[in-house]
Design a protein. Sequence first.
Length: 263
Amino acid sequence: MALAGANVLLVDLDPQGTGSAWLAGRSESATKLLTGGFDPGEDIDVAIGPPGLDSDQGTLDVLRPEDVGRVDMVTANRSLEDATERRTSDLSQRLEKLWRGAEGGYDIAVVDTPPQAGSLVTASFLSTAGVLVPVAAGRGAVDGLQHVLQYTRRIGGAEVRAAFACNVDARTYLDKQVAEKLVDQLGQISEGGRACQHYVRSTVSVREAEAASEPLGTYAGNSTAWIDYMAIARELHMSGVIPVGPSKERIQNPARLDQDETT
């Protein structure tokens, strides 16, 4: 989305802080957001800046970023576990306050939640407009999606808007079957369903980019995973799930269910 000119606010609510370590460095910013003391000018970091702006240049001076595509981030660390002791309603209200403050400055906000259900996940679902579910290929993958669907219905929060398969070894039938099952259960998003026809192939480039603390598109812009993620972003955009997406010309030979793909 940022490549297409969107301003994106990414909030890491996973105490492991994996995404934070990858893009901007772990910190207590998310903890302060949910427990008090949060200062947008100090606690929102530039994760992926526009051309000519390096993320190492520091934090934002104001809440509204410039009118160029970028990703700003509220980062997390293990201290975020302290926030789970608070009431879920309090946590969701603090997130909603952030969304109100970000209006006009960002085109979309994205929350990275923990993998396990709990107060942080519930607060996220209650304060957001929709849920996007990446489903990693493997045993029990589709069962996990069903749990998310049941969970969102039970708490009455945001609904699952879309799901896609990732970490797929396209050479194996079992992995590709995960993507096929998503379409079977949710329907193709291009036809009014909620499953992406594209899927993300497994590649070592993802782990290498994480180890190098570089965005995948910067570290390996020609990798199959990056191409696939762009294809999914375009599919989500064309279906109205996200506000912007990359142009078709930038996406060469992505993996999709109606093609025979290899890694």
